[in-house]
Write a protein of this length. Structure first.
Length: 385
């Protein structure tokens, strides 16, 4: 069977169709090869990867973005932010501490806070400079706040005999007692004992986690300790306990006994006296929780019973006539005013602050939490613990 040739009109139609297709193909190719591709601003020319117009992927939302869908995908929006407790990290620091506190922040963020975005309060007796604020705010996943400590919280009270206090410092310097000649250290201990929890910025929170410059967290933290504290009704927690230098607190226990003799109602019936004394309270065994790491209930420290205790100690002048530290004061207050069940030991939080280490004792737990501490360095079972 033979096929005849197509009519002229059909040939013309096919020719026009081919021309139209070629035109569209040419336009499509030109549009695709343009640097500012109107179809996708994120397309990247493989041969022009250095082009300013070349972006490999869409930009993520910034801190100020408000679109919920974008926020969920943004790395600086922690996934568990909606489930946070009313809590904050708190650090007492100087401007010169900026790089050491930067190390601490990275430890805390990488091991825990990147998943939650808790706030961070920084306190200083002098105004924080721009460098400190810029560095720390860039590292913290939550909001950062910077508080200036009022002079009355960082100075000698009116009732302190300056000559007597000076003689104490000179005597301790001669005896080479650690920080014995330091005025600023005494102001710090007094501040941490009676004022940090009353700073205006801290009044916004119920729980705190104290972080010092140049610390390490050796393990991941796979739960929220603030939530644990609230749900388990804990009011004070620690990871390391040590004996205090008795030369720095010769009259602290006697002053404490005087207080509780006058205020027996402030003593918990189920207290931790056995931790503090080996003779039912007659003497102090020097044991204390190392307060450079502590997670606690701010409302305990704001309670009238704690404030009464602090005021009694403050009036006695031991911060300046001796060298009372905030660690034994926090420990004695928690040990005697709280129920035993309200104090918690965080064995699974691996921590280092020069020169002591806490490393979890459970081998399986260390592996699960990706710990990198040496269990032989664990201070828990050493003589000085």
């Amino acid at each position: 069977m033979r096929f005849g040739s197509a009519p002229v009109s059909v040939k013309r139609s096919r020719l026009y169709l081919r021309i139209i297709v070629l035109i569209f193909l040419a336009l499509g190719t030109l549009l695709y090869l343009r640097p500012g591709n109107i179809f996708s601003e994120y397309r990247c020319n493989a041969f022009d990867f250095r082009s300013l117009n070349c972006r490999a992927e869409p930009p993520t939302a910034s801190h100020v973005e408000t679109d919920n869908a974008l926020l969920k995908q943004t790395p600086n929006r922690p996934p568990n932010q909606a489930f946070r407790m009313n809590a904050t990290f708190v650090t007492l620091a100087r401007n010169s501490d900026v790089w050491n506190i930067a190390k601490s922040i990275r430890q805390v963020e990488d091991r825990f806070n990147r998943k939650y975005g808790y706030d961070w309060v920084f306190l200083n007796e002098k105004p924080f400079d721009a460098t400190f604020k810029r560095v720390t705010s860039a590292l913290v996943s939550g909001k950062t706040y910077y508080g200036l400590i009022p002079p009355e919280n960082w100075s000698f009270p009116d009732w302190i005999d300056q000559d007597k206090a000076k003689k104490t410092r000179e005597d301790m310097a001669q005896r080479q007692i650690i920080y014995g000649d330091s005025v600023s250290y005494r102001h710090m201990c007094r501040f941490e004992s009676g004022f940090f929890f009353r700073q205006p910025l801290m009044m916004n929170y119920d729980y705190y986690w104290r972080v010092e410059p140049d610390i390490q967290l050796y393990c991941d933290l796979d739960y929220d300790p603030f939530k644990f504290m609230k749900e388990q009704k804990k009011k004070y927690s620690f990871v390391l306990s040590l004996p205090e230098y008795i030369e720095t607190i010769p009259t602290l226990w006697d002053t404490t006994k005087q207080f509780f003799e006058s205020n027996p109602g402030h003593l918990s019936p189920h207290n931790s006296m056995d931790f503090l004394s080996g003779d039912n309270g007659a003497t102090y065994n020097k044991c204390h929780f190392w307060s450079n790491f502590e997670i606690g209930d701010l409302n305990f420290f704001r309670s009238q019973k704690y404030l009464d205790y602090f005021n009694h100690l403050d009036q006695a002048g031991g911060f300046f006539y001796e060298r009372w530290g905030d660690a034994p004061i926090h420990s004695i207050a928690a040990g005697l005013m709280l129920d035993k069940s309200e104090i918690h030991f965080f064995d699974d939080i691996a921590y280092w602050h020069n020169p002591f280490t806490h490393c979890p004792t459970d081998v399986k737990k260390r592996l699960e939490l990706r710990c990198h501490c040496n269990p032989k360095d664990n201070n828990d079972w050493k003589g000085y613990s």
